[in-house]
Design a protein around this ligand. Structure first.
Ligand code: GLV
Ligand code: GLV
Length: 325
């Protein structure tokens, strides 16, 4: 008999078809948002789960699913996984790195440009019928080319944004990261390592691309925003909770910084109500990896991890490979 798996949210029909070749699949193509109790009941008899960032995989869930052997997240970030608890139970965790790097870096750059050049704000103005004359300072924003780009978190996506800035727009790129990059990686994206405080003070544009953890919770709060230039732009494509959204709304209102572009929110899909009322912020609903080819590649990789592990004992992109030993 085929192993049983749970697919927690709707995905491409092709992904379900691929999984059904190997597994008995309980899917959710109606895309209901299950209650926690519902999720626990459905995962109880499963060997594997196809998850998204919305399902919390923790000790409570693992205790409710004694036969569970793998959770394959359709995301590169996995702060919805309690990895130590999974490892302790011998449950493999996988994510979807690499396949979304360039697409996500493209979006980071798009959000940066939309924010610095006030594209959303000006479109709202036009659609509202308020454009009745030219004005010397109408939606005057800040320059991208030749400016200083700061990147907090220098993984694959951060390096992709750095390359775009340095090679495409002649930006001076500085970065801060838990550890400094190897010299060849620094050279490839022409980025210079600086202390966090120096980056906050000197960046014209600051892009956040670091994983969420207890250590990165509110890495950008009121104190950090105060250190930034009044003309600066902040972009968050990393995770909600890395920015203190309430403090950000206040800083945008007070013009402590000029503008922000935010794709991820604390407690999303809820958005801090104050952010909805300030004009100088571009808000998008967590779509940085959302192109059709990339979402298909992410779904395929998550499915390949389930098949690779449960059928052949060889996952593609394990997070806690120590479980395999
Ligand atoms: C999206 O946020 C991801 O982690 O892939
Ligand atoms: C994500 O894959 C990153 O390394 O930035």
């Amino acid at each position: 008999t085929k192993p049983r798996i749970l697919v927690a949210r709707a995905v491409f029909p092709e992904t379900i078809a691929l999984l059904e070749q190997h597994f008995e699949v309980e899917h959710n193509q109606a895309d209901e948002i299950w209650s926690r109790a519902d999720l626990l009941a459905r995962i109880r008899d499963k060997a594997g789960a196809f998850t998204t960032g919305g399902e919390r995989i923790d000790a409570e869930l693992l205790a409710a699913a004694p036969g569970l052997r793998i959770c394959a997240n359709m995301a590169v970030g996995y702060n919805n996984f309690d990895v130590p608890a999974m490892t302790q139970r011998g449950v493999l965790a996988t994510n979807t790195p690499d396949v979304l790097t360039e697409t996500t870096a493209d979006f980071g750059f798009a959000l940066l440009m939309a924010t610095a050049r006030r594209i959303s704000e000006s479109e709202h103005f036009l659609r509202a019928g308020k454009w009745n004359k030219w004005a010397y300072d109408m939606f005057a924003g800040s320059d991208i080319h030749g400016s200083t780009l700061g990147i907090l978190g220098m993984g694959r996506i951060g390096r992709g944004i750095a390359r775009r800035g340095a090679h495409g727009f002649g930006m001076n790129v500085i970065y801060h990261n838990r550890s400094r990059l190897a010299p060849d990686l620094e050279a490839a994206c022409k980025a210079r390592y600086v202390a966090k405080e120096e980056m906050l003070k000197t960046a014209d544009h600051l892009v956040l691309v670091l994983p969420y953890s207890k250590e990165s919770h509110h890495a950008i709060g009121a104190a950090e925003l105060k250190q930034m230039k009044a003309t600066a732009t902040l972009v968050n494509i990393a995770r909600g909770g890395i920015v203190d959204d309430g403090a950000l709304a206040q800083a945008l209102r007070d013009k402590t910084i000029a503008a922000a572009g935010i794709d991820v929110f604390e407690g999303e899909p809820k958005v801090h109500p104050d952010l909805l009322t300030v004009p100088n912020v571009v808000l998008t609903p967590h779509i940085a990896s959302a192109t059709v080819p990339t979402r298909m590649a992410m779904a395929k990789l998550a499915a390949d991890n389930l098949v690779g592990f449960l059928v052949n004992g060889k996952p593609v992109t394990p997070i806690n490979p120590e479980v395999l030993r």
